[in-house]
Design a protein. Structure first.
Length: 111
């Protein structure tokens, strides 16, 4: 919900009065705001918000990298496992091939 012009003016006056009267409070609020901005910029893909170069954030943890690596490996092997385990449902079973020279356990002499 947006503030009215009157409410914005009143808040501006309160802020100016606080900045004049209580510098310690202003420093605490400004440090809190700076910390919040740093946390928000790291949220979106490790990129600094508003940066045209798209610099990477150096605070990417090793745990995050391992999680991404595990997800990639899982997603890469899942289709392979599904194909190997599924087989051909409608295909007939392939009979075993007898060894050369043997026919159903009977030895046939060479000619």
């Amino acid at each position: 919900m947006e503030l009215s012009d009157r409410e914005r003016r009143i808040l501006g006056e309160i802020e100016r009065d606080l900045r004049r009267e209580d510098r310690a409070f202003v420093r605490r609020v400004e440090s809190f705001d700076a910390a919040c901005r740093r946390r928000e910029t790291r949220r979106f893909g490790g990129r600094y918000e508003g940066s045209s170069e798209g610099r990477s954030d150096a605070d990417t943890s090793g745990r995050e990298i391992w999680y991404v690596l595990l997800v990639v490996i899982f997603l890469a092997t899942l289709p392979i496992l599904l194909v190997l385990l599924a087989g051909h449902a409608g295909a007939p079973a392939v009979p075993p091939v007898p060894a050369p020279g043997l026919t159903a356990g009977i030895v046939v002499p060479p000619m």
